[in-house]
Design a protein around this ligand. Structure first.
Ligand SMILES: [Zn+2]
Length: 238
């Protein structure tokens, strides 16, 4: 099928003729989501990232290469229902947004969590809240107290725990700081200089999160069974 490429306000949209009727709708959703995402994440996307939206004729989710994100247009019963598309857009956009360093402990979990927060901001509270509850309930079936699985170094972690323990962690922190996600990404951008460090580790991410909350979170993370230590990071933190 021929490929159409449309340029819109700095974003290139690539799709086949077949998907033309949906392209406008998805772009309208993107336009509505974009400022909300910047609000949630607290920083603009990393320079050069998120320049292209590729619409895929599948229901199988999406991908992010950094510069481009791909969205499966039949995901989550779109276009009848919008929540799945909004969450997917938030998920893939987060991957692009947070580069050059992916998140060591919660790259996928935080992406879906941002997608859920985006759903809420977009006015789809019922679907967003139900999704979050489903994830966290699913993780609690494996670990009711959230103390068993080590997100930092554990390998044998059930998918639902890998995804939802981070959501649970951020939900706990959100009760004291409602803008915890934006504070975290602001601190990450301020403290982590890709010119000076080559890697971003679990220990670094807890240092950044400690800065975002204003208190040292290493003991708390250790109490959750996560093997991180302040002595293993050079990132300044409380
Ligand atoms: Zn992902």
């Amino acid at each position: 099928m021929p490929e159409n490429i449309t340029g819109k306000t700095g974003l290139q949209i690539q799709h086949s003729d077949y998907l033309q009727p949906l392209a406008e709708t998805i772009f309208a959703i993107y336009e509505g989501c974009r400022p909300l995402l910047e609000e949630i994440l607290g920083v603009p996307p990393t320079q050069g990232m998120l320049k292209k939206l590729i619409l895929l004729p599948t229901g199988g989710g999406g991908f992010s290469s950094g510069v481009a994100i791909g969205l499966g247009v039949w995901w989550g019963n779109f276009p009848e229902e919008r929540y799945g598309m909004v969450e997917l857009l938030g998920h893939e956009a987060t991957h692009s947004w947070v580069l050059p360093f992916a998140e060591p402990m919660w790259n996928e979990g935080i992406a879906t969590y941002v997608g859920i927060l985006l759903g809420r901001e977009f006015g789809l509270n019922k679907e967003a809240n139900a999704t979050l509850k489903r994830w966290i309930d699913g993780a609690k079936r494996h670990d009711p107290e959230m103390t068993k699985f080590d997100l930092a170094s554990g390998t044998d972690i059930p998918h639902v725990v890998r995804m939802a323990k981070p959501m649970w962690i951020f939900e706990q922190l959100r009760t004291e700081e409602p803008r915890i996600i934006s504070k975290y990404f602001q601190a990450k951008r301020r403290l982590i200089d890709p010119k000076k460090q080559k890697r971003y580790t679990a220990n670094d991410s807890v240092a950044v999160l400690s800065t975002a909350t204003g208190r040292n979170l290493f003991d708390w993370f250790r109490s959750l069974g996560i093997d991180v230590k302040a002595s293993r990071t050079k990132v300044p933190h409380p």
